[in-house]
Design a protein around this ligand. Structure first.
Ligand SMILES: Nc1ncnc2c1ncn2[C@@H]1O[C@H](COP(=O)(O)OP(=O)(O)O)[C@@H](O)[C@H]1O
Ligand SMILES: [Mg+2]
Length: 182
């Protein structure tokens, strides 16, 4: 059975996967690398602009053994994979803006991804796809080792799901217009 780490671009998936892979005897399967190697990304990786059904088929061939699967597309391409636990990393959208600035995302791409995080789209879609085995972890303000410990606890059956509500936060900060065009 595989372990899945997902969440929006910039939440810290690859950082955390590198850490937890030191403690688990599972190979890492990186959905982005698989898609890139198959030539499915036209421009860059942190996008949803990818042929999902093609990627799903390729993943069916490539991920045949239990592994530590990482990628923001996880809820959409893993129907053929036996999944034990799914961890969705969540991060304050204000912090994500800082990460996206460093990555030189366009304004449109930044809004798309912060909007997705505020609405909890990946968490919602993961719960739809994988049901009760989905755990959210709020990484905001936590060190990499704290996040690693939380994730390992979840994998070992001692974790808790953290409810995250950025919409409430953003509304209280009067920032809906900053994140959504309406
Ligand atoms: N717990 C954390 N606290 C602070 N910064 C972090 C943390 N985890 C990751 N980062 C930083 O955030 C950025 C995005 O992390 P990354 O692992 O590339 O995210 P993802 O793979 O989800 O896109 C990187 O600059 C990384 O160093
Ligand atoms: Mg990454």
């Amino acid at each position: 059975m595989s372990i899945v780490i997902t969440g929006n671009p910039g939440v810290g998936k690859h950082t955390v996967v590198k850490e937890i892979s030191k403690y688990l005897k599972l190979p890492i399967s990186d959905i982005n690398s698989i898609a890139r190697d198959a030539g499915l990304f036209e421009k860059n990786e942190d996008t949803n602009d990818v042929d999902i059904s093609k990627l799903e088929k390729i993943i069916k061939e490539k991920i045949s053994n239990p592994s530590l699967i990482v990628g923001h597309l996880a809820p959409y391409v893993l129907s053929s994979v036996k999944v034990k636990i799914v961890i969705v990393l969540r991060r304050n959208p204000y912090d994500l803006i800082t990460v996206y600035k460093k990555r030189e995302y366009t304004e449109e791409k930044t809004r798309e991804n912060t909007g997705s995080e505020i609405l909890g789209i990946i968490a919602h879609d993961a719960i739809n796809q994988f049901g009760t085995n989905v755990f959210q972890v709020d990484v905001t303000g936590k060190s990499i080792s704290e996040v690693t410990e939380k994730v390992l606890n979840i994998i070992n059956g001692r974790g808790v799901n953290e409810e995250v509500d950025w919409l409430d936060l953003v509304t209280k900060q009067n920032d809906l217009k900053k994140f959504f065009a309406y």
